[in-house]
Ligand binder design. Structure first.
Ligand SMILES: [Zn+2]
Length: 76
């Protein structure tokens, strides 16, 4: 069986299709990694994405951080 290291905790795990969290060892490590990804992709205050309706852009500017980790996209 091929083995990989969990990207979050570096623990060696077996690469198995039974492991639905692969390449992570567990759900916790997967969520931690997704959280870090989301934090890197936060909309930064004062940098409103182009093309947004003015009302939405105004709302975004009122947030210090727009946490994409809360997005339903991450829930299977
Ligand atoms: Zn892990």
């Amino acid at each position: 069986m091929p083995a990989v290291n969990c990207p979050t905790c570096k623990k060696a795990i077996e690469w198995s299709t039974d492991n639905k969290f692969r390449p992570f060892c567990c759900e916790r490590c997967k969520l931690i990694d997704l959280g870090e990804w989301a934090s890197e992709n936060r909309v930064i205050k004062g940098q409103t994405p182009k093309g947004l309706p003015p009302e939405l852009a105004q709302q975004l500017e009122n947030f210090d951080e727009f946490d994409l980790g809360e997005n339903d996209f991450f829930h299977e």
